[in-house]
Design a protein around this ligand. Structure first.
Ligand SMILES: [Zn+2]
Length: 258
């Protein structure tokens, strides 16, 4: 049995053999994919792919904090701004305070770029797709400060107290296949109200704790996010598929029947 689902965070520009991966996703019940860009070339490719799969792949344009050293930031911001009307969201954007990331762009630099990106999202009224690793509090504060009213804290692994505020502000969190094993992520997916939970894969990320259980995700694996989240919350997969698809359709204004 296949259940309708939306992969709300996929790096489709990085998937090898994309046509097969998208066909497999449709066969697995995926009705829409939010394709997130990470930098200039990634954004260009993401738009191209979305044009090839209208009504199925929906583009978001962004600049990932990991890319700050290698990208021409001003050109990238300009591209995102001028092409914002072709996108349904601004992302992937955010902050990452892991020391390896701070080594390429310190907190001040990351925050300055994130603020510029949030301005675009706020001006367009678009959802911001936020990466917030080890920077949950600052990411939330900056999103609010920018006047962004729609945001997804994707693959959230932060504290319960910041999660409560995310929820109070009406923002969303999304579950990845790491819901099968990652303690902090499991807690967030369990605590978030059903009306503010989405599913995603962050593909082509590799999941698992090493060894035989490892796998490289593709959009079809949103079924694993669904299965893991439903088991954790003690509700039927059918019910959670319906709720999370409704949430995605409402948040992104998708043209799919849920
Ligand atoms: Zn991502």
């Amino acid at each position: 049995m296949t259940l309708p689902s939306v992969d709300t965070h996929a790096h489709v520009d990085e998937i090898e053999d994309l046509a097969s991966a998208l066909a497999a996703a449709r066969a697995a019940g995926v009705v829409a994919i939010i394709a997130v860009g990470q930098g200039l070339a990634s954004n260009q490719r993401t738009l191209e792919i979305a044009r090839e799969y209208p009504g199925f792949v929906y583009p978001a344009l962004g600049l990932h904090p990991w890319r700050l050293a290698e990208e021409d930031v001003d050109r990238c911001l300009e591209f995102i701004d001028t092409h914002a009307a072709e996108a349904i969201a601004t992302g992937e954007i955010g902050l990452d305070y892991h020391k390896r990331v701070r080594a390429i762009a310190d907190k001040d630099r990351q925050q300055a770029v994130f603020r510029e990106l949030l301005k675009i999202a706020a001006r367009r009224g678009q959802p911001a797709l936020v990466h917030s690793r080890y920077a949950w509090r600052d990411a939330l504060d900056l999103v609010e400060e920018a006047g962004v009213t729609k945001a997804v804290f994707h693959w959230y692994t932060g504290t319960s107290s910041v999660l409560r505020e995310i929820i109070e502000r009406g923002y969303y969190v999304s579950a990845t296949p790491a819901v099968e094993y990652h303690e902090e992520h499991r807690r967030a997916v369990k605590e978030a109200p059903a009306g503010q939970l989405l599913l995603e894969t962050d593909c082509p990320v590799v999941y698992g704790r090493g060894g035989a259980g490892e796998f490289r995700a593709s959009p079809a694996d949103v079924a694993r996010s669904l299965k893991g989240a439903a088991a954790l919350r003690g509700i039927a997969e059918e019910e959670l598929a319906r709720l999370t698809t409704e949430n995605a359709v409402r948040l992104f204004g998708l043209d799919v029947k849920s």
